[in-house]
Design a protein around this ligand. Sequence first.
Ligand code: COI
Length: 440
Amino acid sequence: MLNLTRRLPVYVTSRPRQSTWRTYSAPTNSNIPPWRPSNILDDWVQREAHPISLRQLTFFGRTLTESRLLSSANYVRLELPTRIAHRLRNMQTLPYSALTNEHISHVYEAYYRAFEIFRKVPEVRTLTDNDRFCEALQTTLKEHLTVIPRLAMGILEIQDSVSGDECDRFMNTLLRSRISRRVIAEQHLALNETFHSPWHFDGKRSAIAPEDEFVGEIFLKCNAKEIVEKCAQRASELTRKAYGPTVSLPKIVLQGHLDTTFPYIPSHLEYILGELLRNSLQAVVEQRSSTEPPPIEVLICEAAQHVIIRVSDQGGGIDREILPYLWSFAKGPRRMKRLKNLGKVPRLAATMQDLQLPPSHLDSAAGSGEKFGSSLASLSGRPPDLRLGIGLPMSRIYAEYWAGSLELHSLEGYGCDAFLQISRLGNKNEVLSTRATMDA
Ligand code: COI
């Protein structure tokens, strides 16, 4: 249960609520009301996050020395509590009834615990210190696996006290920030693993394993074609599970620059392409054509600075009433359906694996009619019919995170074209704030 007395009594109960995220700015010491003592969180909220680019991460990790590994640890050690502090402060601006929602308060508590753990980590000076730090990172990453489903559920439940637009800004800010924290934490863990791998000699050899060309989590030669194929297979399996073994699935046909490679974190691309393909498959299947279903075409186009991946289906397009809310976490006619679905989701799932539902639950998947509803977890670890409707907005956050974009064009009555643009050069900083949320 949320411990409000210890952490935010005056802030939440006495401070006037901020009307939007846009107008919110962290209080400076001079405007802290006299009745509320300055606290440690305020100090961390004053700090700025330091964004990084894929290229920086790559160059930094390429030649891995002990001192670089320790620098990486210290960057993460300071960056995590800073980024978490900003999000805690965002959460504190929610109305009391929203913050005390079961799911939102669960996330708040988890973040507060993580903040307390990481802010107290002393400077990492030795490999032993680093081992201890890595353990804390691993434990926290695991603990936070339920953050996304919790937020997705919470946001649907607090709409009596928070407007749909505010909910969307809140979700965008929190999820973008979560990606950023997991990227820097996982990158450090991956570098640590590289450092301790048998083929690495401190600074004398490239940290890149010759056979796989990974620098930490970054795959230098990420091949869109291979990822599309992998996601196509997985999305087809999920659709078959959801609609039954006799369902006739469309072929997924690849065209264009199939040899294109670029530096990227494969799991991010897998998430986005998995969602797009799954939506397309579902849309085509629900057309219930008696003839062979028309193929889904995936075009990969390599330009000087970008790779563009277009996913085209003939699934009938998107309903007019849904279209304006396609990128919303909280708004639109699907909200009620999603709210109803909440009862089906195990509420106390400890891990993503726990979210696998019993077979009886899967029976209700077919014909749910929610064309663009989507998943909680990454494509690999979720039940086939689990739909809280966050897959598309979440995919766009992933795309924009490394300065890319995701757009969807619906051709009413015919199908959909999704355009995913990826920055090829990897030289753009992670995008920590959106146009609507100017705080990092
Ligand atoms: C998250 O997954 O939400 C995190 O913040 C993880 C990070 C503290 C390592």
